[in-house]
Ligand binder design. Sequence first.
Ligand SMILES: NC(=O)c1ccc[n+]([C@@H]2O[C@H](COP(=O)([O-])OP(=O)(O)OC[C@H]3O[C@@H](n4cnc5c(N)ncnc54)[C@H](O)[C@@H]3O)[C@@H](O)[C@H]2O)c1
Length: 256
Amino acid sequence: MSGTVRGAGVVVTGAGGGIGAALARRFAAEGARVVVNDLDEARIGGLAEEIGAVAIAGDASRTLDAVRDALDGTVDVYCANAGLASPGDVLAEEEVWAAAWDVNVMAHVRAARALLPGWLERGAGRFVSTASAAGLLTMIGAAPYSVTKHGVVAFAEWLSLTYRHRGVKVHAICPQGVRTDMLTAAGSAGELVLAPTAIEPEAVADALFDAMAEDRFLVLPHPEVAGFYRARADDTDHWLGGMNHLQRKWEESGGA
Ligand SMILES: NC(=O)c1ccc[n+]([C@@H]2O[C@H](COP(=O)([O-])OP(=O)(O)OC[C@H]3O[C@@H](n4cnc5c(N)ncnc54)[C@H](O)[C@@H]3O)[C@@H](O)[C@H]2O)c1
């Protein structure tokens, strides 16, 4: 890696389980000083004890000062990982859309806003955004999730292209199915599209560390996503037709 994470101050939000817990465990195993955050106090308490981290419970956006203080003011790596599954089609309620924007997009914006002044002054900082393959490809049955994950990929791209010459490194993690509570919450569409190729959360952490070693922006724990992403760009209507085929298959199975 361009620099090791040994001794680095690392924050992982949404670390109560799944991908966040795997990221926190991996950073701790690599010798980082880790702060774990989640709404679910009980779940991060146990994890913090296990890996020697500091646990700060609460909404990721409202605990930014506390997590920074826990690292004596210096956050070297910020993993904006907390997310909401937000299933539902375009008719999802306003509150569902608003919650998805708040957690899946605005929590990343608020964190970057808080961290960038210090990072630009030091000429160093690493922002890890857990987006999703849905942010590159769109997920059937999940309009708020797909839209907000596209938004957060765009935000991560913007951060990277704006600040990479000033020492700020950015990674967007874009997995398909990962065996976590969220995959279960994705219901029958998740069963159809994500479950067959689902991977363990630890594989996502491995993919992030590979990408950090190469200073690579896009983290694709499912390598096949690169091909789907290319196919979508090359012939969007053909790709949309394929996705609509999946949608119809889902409807026929009684999912929609
Ligand atoms: N599981 C998958 O198939 C998959 C695929 C692609 C991307 N992702 C993304 O990975 C990230 C982690 O999800 P996961 O699969 O590990 O699921 P998960 O449900 O195990 O973890 C999400 C965690 O975020 C926490 N959280 C939610 N809102 C929060 C908030 N406002 N502040 C702090 N914590 C909050 C939850 O309590 C939960 O512990 C999410 O951003 C998700 O969109 C998951």
